[in-house]
Design a protein around this ligand. Structure first.
Ligand code: AMP
Length: 585
């Protein structure tokens, strides 16, 4: 199937925040972007000040900043003024406990309002905030708190008892534990959060942070070895702010739903910071994914901008295949996706189900913000990640054996996706891992570790993580291309493709497929899928084998773990599984 370009209408172009990509990219400057922010006296900059105080000063104090939906559907709302007051209470609490500027505050909470108070309050106090995903087990929590030398942990009683208390004594840097939902008197060394916050004043003078002061420490798991702590500074807010507007089309007053958990970088950069600096109302759902619930939230909350991920979209498609009712989402204006390649099938399904396509965009923990995107005013080529953001220079490069780096200019030449350093949210280091950090840069480029291609219109196409690319009989095969073709088949809900060693071809392609609800694996279906893939891709690229799985292994942030499928297939060690989600779903 050749996917038709999805053209934007003149009205869609005229209404978008970024109307003319070429014109805006050529006149863009980061200095001008920075000038849109308030800053602090004497050249200081603080993320939370831009997200909260600046909005209140500009008259947005009475607008709802955070609309929180509890598991039981209870709704709590906080205006910009109220959220500022709650963050200030948290900052005052930290000060009262003697927590100094630069100290590390970790959040291990579900999506509760307190998580937002803690993140913003810690930043206001000049502390470094590190989110942890609440479903992590004790080991990944401990590793991340050890590497980052946590000083304060904000968590819930139930999480603390099971996951932290047993080893807390072995982490001397951890001076304070602040517990939400404390039922009894807290044990020694632990403070009950809600009563402590209630006593705190609601005014706080934001710490005098400098643009280069560390603000966020985000952990990203390498394929092997210990997780890496990517350091981000307050200056990153310049990118968070501008990219929210250009890549997500955010406008003040919008109702915006980012479905990513703040335990991950997307849930912080685009689930807290960027929406607030852009003056939107943030919808936060405490509950886990549920197709019917999501349908209801989009309708009832009048969501205008929705930022989600391929795994969620594929689960919605799975549910839709059983129950193809159109979505009622009259307020919905812009839908975006990140975290994994978005199959063309899913982009086009957006048009069928919602009357508008999903806009894929690309970035990493290390880039701190969106780097490549399909913009609201831009025609979409389904399967492409879009074009670099204004202010971002992206290229496709090849590394020589001597360490040199050469840019591949030819359209659709495959190579490593690279970015010219200089945007404000680029990581400033991996904590305590200078060598690992240095290796990310060569020849004036930041090297992303992803393989991609650029077409003659400047659109970028994801091929795969460099580690996942398959070399078979002289061909370089990107798993995404093969997976997308399998996804075209009506029976397929999800697909993952790996390379297996082969004495003749070097590697052969094997696919793992999860079927749509209600379908049973069979030899006939296996043969049909193999035939479909061969017809679409040719024998050299099509999978030689297909195995059915109930579900595919994924990280908690929704990425398919191809390396784990491969390790299992080859009987190799499974490596770091700290981010693996249960496979039972
Ligand atoms: P993380 O740092 O955990 O957010 O993972 C970043 C990686 O996710 C990237 O290097 C890509 O391999 C993958 N990724 C993120 N967004 C996309 C996208 N839109 N298309 C393809 N891969 C993506």
């Amino acid at each position: 199937m050749v996917w038709a370009v999805i053209r934007k209408t003149p009205a869609e172009r005229a209404g978008a925040t970024l109307k003319d990509y070429d014109a805006e990219a050529s006149r863009f400057s980061w200095a001008a972007a920075r000038a849109e922010l308030a800053g602090l006296p004497g050249g200081g900059l603080n993320i939370a000040h831009e997200a909260l105080d600046r909005q209140v000063a500009q008259g947005r104090g009475g607008q709802v900043a955070l609309r929180w939906i509890g598991r039981d559907d209870a709704i709590r709302e906080f205006t910009y003024a109220e959220l500022t007051a709650e963050a200030n209470r948290f900052a005052n609490l930290l000060r009262g406990l003697g927590v100094a500027k630069g100290e590390r505050v970790y959040g291990l909470l579900g999506r509760t309002p307190e998580l937002y108070f803690a993140a913003l309050g810690a930043l206001k106090a000049g502390c470094v905030f590190t989110p942890l995903f609440s479903a992590f087990g004790p080991e990944p929590i401990r590793a991340r708190m050890e590497i980052g030398e946590a000083n304060v942990l904000v968590t819930a009683e139930a999480l603390y008892d099971r996951k932290v208390a047993p080893w807390r004594g072995e982490l001397p840097s951890l001076r304070h534990v602040l517990l939400t939902d404390c039922k009894a008197a807290p044990p020694p060394g632990v403070t009950a959060l809600e009563p402590a916050l209630a006593e705190m004043p609601t005014a706080f003078e934001t710490a005098a942070t400098r643009p280069e002061d560390m603000a966020l420490l985000h952990f990203t798991s390498g394929t092997t070895g210990r997780p890496k702590g990517a350091i981000h500074v307050h200056e990153a807010v310049v990118a968070h702010h501008i990219t929210g507007r250009t890549a997500l089309d955010l406008r003040p007053g919008d109702i915006y739903w980012c479905t990513a958990d703040p335990g991950w970088v997307t849930g912080t950069s685009y689930g807290i910071i960027s929406p607030l600096t852009n003056g939107v109302t943030l919808v936060v759902d405490e509950a886990e994914f549920d197709a019917e619930r999501w349908r209801r939230i989009l309708r009832e909350q009048q969501v205008a901008v929705w930022y989600t991920a391929p795994t969620a979209i594929r689960m919605l498609m799975k549910a839709w295949s059983q129950d193809p009712r159109p979505y009622e989402a009259p307020a919905l204006r812009f839908m975006a996706s990140v975290g994994e390649p978005l199959n063309p099938e899913a982009v086009v399904w957006g048009v069928e189900a919602f009357g508008r396509p999903f806009h894929d965009n690309w970035w990493q923990t290390e880039t701190g913000g969106i780097m490549i995107a399909n913009f609201a005013a831009m025609d979409i080529k389904p399967g492409s990640m879009g074009r670099p953001l204004p202010g971002v220079t992206a290229g496709i490069v090849e590394r020589g054996a001597d360490g040199s780096v050469r840019e591949i200019e030819a359209p659709m030449g495959m190579g490593e996706l690279a970015l010219r350093p200089g945007w404000p949210s680029i990581m400033r280091g991996y904590l305590h891992e200078e060598e690992r950090y240095r290796k990310c840069f060569a020849g004036g480029w930041y090297l992303t570790g992803d393989l991609a291609m650029r077409d003659s219109d400047g659109y970028f196409w994801f091929v795969g993580r460099a580690d996942d690319v398959i070399k078979s009989s002289g061909h370089l095969i990107g798993p995404f291309e093969v997976e997308s073709v399998l996804m075209e088949h009506a029976a397929v809900a999800e697909a993952a493709v790996i390379g297996l060693p082969d004495p003749v071809a070097g590697e052969t392609v094997k696919a793992f497929v999860a079927l749509k609800i209600g379908l049973e694996p069979s030899e006939d279906l296996r043969r049909e899928l193999l035939g479909h893939a061969r017809k679409r891709l040719g024998a050299a690229i099509a999978p030689k084998d297909i195995a059915f799985r109930q579900n595919l292994p994924k990280t908690r942030s929704g990425k398919i773990m191809r390396r784990l499928l491969k390790a299992r297939e080859l009987g190799l060690p499974e490596g770091d599984l700290s981010t693996l989600e249960s496979e039972e779903r």
